[in-house]
Design a protein around this ligand. Structure first.
Ligand code: V4E
Length: 254
């Protein structure tokens, strides 16, 4: 089976005026403040984001691909374009639940998400090619060559100012302020192996509770708000595909 790498379990929330005091009381250590820009890329027909794949070039960090721990087949995308056949991708629910306890999205609390974060160029290019349905060329050994070869274009670009806190157990809290007038916070834990996912999820949900966020609604991420404001047709396509969700007051933490 393919190596999964580390998996990021996270939960977004709206920070209040007392959030940082609560973090301090919980023993959170302020980590370095940072400011970075992200440029996100997709095919002209949005194959990556419709499949919940988020390719970005982050200033200072390089290329990153945030994607579901196992790829789910995209309806209507042939797996044998350009004459090259790929092994059938396994069904998302089946495989994820076999490999990762608690990994099926319907088993996650509504306020939590789980993504694999790929950073190795080969892993990124391989996954991009599978999702787009194109055979990788040998010359695509670095991400920019694949980006050009797959005709990927920038669809979003913004700057984030981030204040980070670290807590026991590898938990992290990020307080983000984007340059399009949107502020959002997130609790995050890394699972090094699929078996660690349930514990990471438990730690994230316990910290939510300790911060007094129990029962509060999930909040949209920076990208949701960016697309809603600046790329409304892209946003609507992602809503229809079930990749993003309309902010809903009935959403709760369970
Ligand atoms: C995964 C994802 C996107 C990519 C950006 O991820 P996000 O965690 O929102 O950004 P950021 O800057 O905090 O990344 P980090 O530094 O933590 O790696 S854009 C949309 N998604 C999917 C998604 C979703 N469906 N729902 C929620 C609440 N968040 C993200």
């Amino acid at each position: 089976t393919m190596p999964l790498g580390s998996i990021e379990v996270e939960s977004k929330f709206v920070a209040g005026p007392d959030t940082e005091a609560k973090l301090a009381a919980l023993g959170a250590a302020p980590a370095s403040n940072s400011s970075f820009s992200d440029c996100y890329y997709d095919t002209p027909d949005l194959r990556l984001t419709l499949a919940d794949h988020w390719l970005r070039l982050r200033q200072g960090a390089g290329w990153e691909l945030k994607c579901p721990p196992m790829p789910r087949p995209v309806p209507g995308v042939s797996s044998h374009l350009l004459g090259t056949t790929f092994p059938e991708l396994p069904a998302w629910g089946t495989v994820a639940s076999n490999h990762i306890p608690g990994a099926r999205s319907q088993e996650l609390p509504a306020t939590a998400t789980m993504y694999q974060e790929l950073t190795s160029p080969q892993a990124i290019v391989d996954r991009l090619c599978k999702v787009v349905g194109v055979a990788p060329l040998p010359s695509w050994d670095q991400v920019p060559a694949a980006v050009a070869g797959l005709d990927l274009k920038e669809f979003a670009s913004f700057v984030t100012q981030r204040r980070s806190y670290r807590l026991a157990g590898g938990l992290r809290v990020d307080l983000d302020e984007a340059n399009f007038d949107y502020t959002v916070a997130e609790v995050e834990a890394l699972a090094e192996t699929p078996e660690d996912v349930p514990a990471a999820l438990e730690a994230v949900m316990q910290l939510r509770q300790a911060l007094g966020l129990e029962g509060t609604a999930g909040v949209p991420g920076k990208m949701s708000v960016y697309l809603q404001r600046h790329r409304p047709s892209h946003y609507q396509a992602l809503l229809r595909a079930g990749v993003l969700h309309d902010p809903s007051p009935t959403l709760n933490s369970t």
